[in-house]
Design a protein around this ligand. Structure first.
Ligand code: PLP
Length: 386
């Protein structure tokens, strides 16, 4: 079936986090898409409502098979049922990993910039946050392996939280980079948790490598976290997976989950997940093609209208990292200048010090909305452009 991503669906007054305004502000911020979900997912949810019984539900054999087939056939990540645990979200799982791999006071390493909860969950759980700045080389972020190793030694780091693909920089870390990172972590016995929630949004020309496929002799120290919610734009459904291959590690994760009884999803999430992985591929391919054209449109617009913005071309997902330092001296002023022009982007400083005077734009919306948003950005910033 052909999906119409140009359709503008009013999300105001639905409790949407993204569309929280009372005026006509255009939201180009929080990471969900303004596209209707895949028809098979909507059908699966409707089927449950029609059935009318909403009782306690557990994962079915079909659900496990759908997860296994999706990850095996797309990424050569072959899982058995027992390697798959469920969790209400990737962020709750990040928090859970603190108690799986570390004690209060232990150091946890993350990159800077990074999706904000990587920092907040470490600190809220009483761990020491250590950051390693990404290096920007030829318009792309790279891991600073020498700095990572130095920080691991200096702070006796126990856990490294990796974001692959990277939010907000959009990097899909190469196999070589991941292997180099793994060998450093092995050397100092540092556990790795890889948040791979943006995996399925990898753009053409790039290859996503699940960390677990590299970690054959280090499986006792590697966990990956992923979800169908980002891929299929069903974040409000809530639900995610934890993958690990080592038996003792899986037991430890389950024990931690049991403490708060947080190992189950609701029946809509199980059904959405299963139908997404079984039948969502067609929607995803079309959504990605639309996103690619929105990325091109955005880059082209900014090059033409606001050439002093340095754009980091993403290798995955629909978030683009913009260096706006030529257009402002203060993060809050930059953010508010755009808000005053009725367009909202994420302020880069929320992703760490490296986000100073950067902004993150979400381009997963109908093109007409995106064009209007870009025009507003132009109006807001071009008045300072002299
Ligand atoms: C890297 C990353 N991890 C996790 C999440 C959110 O995951 P969840 O909604 O499953 O907690 C996001 C959402 O934007 C994200 O970008």
């Amino acid at each position: 079936m052909l999906y119409n991503f140009d359709e503008i669906i009013d999300r105001r007054d639905t409790g949407s986090v993204k569309w929280h305004y009372t005026d006509d502000t255009i939201p180009l911020w929080v990471a969900d898409m303004d596209f209707k979900a895949a028809q098979p997912i909507l059908n699966a949810i409707e089927k449950i409502a029609q059935h009318g019984i909403l009782g306690y539900t557990k994962p079915t054999a079909a659900l496990y098979k759908s997860i296994i087939d999706w990850h095996g056939s797309r990424y050569d990540l072959w899982l058995d049922e027992q390697h798959i645990l469920f969790s209400p979200g990737v962020v709750p799982s990040l928090a859970l990993m603190m108690s799986v791999f570390t004690e209060v006071g232990d150091a946890v390493l993350v990159n800077d910039p990074i999706y904000t909860p990587f920092m907040t969950k470490v600190e809220q759980n009483g761990r020491k946050l250590v950051t390693s700045a990404l290096k920007e080389i030829e318009g792309k972020y790279r891991l600073d392996l020498a700095d990572i190793e130095a920080k691991i030694v200096e702070y006796k780091v126990k856990l490294y939280l990796l974001c692959n693909p990277h939010n907000p920089g959009g990097r899909v870390w190469s196999r070589e980079e991941l292997e180099a990172l793994l060998s450093i972590c092995k050397k100092y016995n540092v556990a790795i948790v890889s948040d791979e929630i943006h995996q399925d949004l990898t753009l053409q020309g790039h290859t996503f490598t699940p960390f677990l496929t590299l970690a054959k002799d280090y499986e006792h120290n590697v966990v990956s976290l992923t979800s169908m919610t980002k891929t299929f734009n069903i974040a409000g459904i809530k639900g995610s997976m934890i993958f690990a291959k080592d038996e003792a590690l899986l037991r430890k994760i389950s024990e931690q989950q049991n403490l708060n009884d947080e190992y189950e999803l609701n029946l809509f999430a199980y059904a959405a997940m299963c139908s997404a992985y079984e039948q969502g591929g067609e929607w995803l391919a079309q959504a990605l093609a639309y996103i690619e054209s929105n990325i091109e449109l955005t880059i082209h617009f900014l090059e033409g209208h606001l050439p002093k913005i340095k754009v980091m071309r993403p290798e995955a997902s629909y978030l683009i990292w913009l260096d706006c330092s030529a257009y402002g001296q203060e993060d809050q002023v930059l953010y508010e200048t755009l808000r005053d022009a009725k367009v909202e982007l994420n302020s880069g400083i929320k992703y760490g010090n490296e986000g100073h005077l950067k902004m993150r734009i979400n381009v997963a919306c109908p093109q007409a909305v995106l064009r209007e948003g870009l025009n507003r950005i132009y109006t807001a910033l071009s008045s300072d452009d002299n």
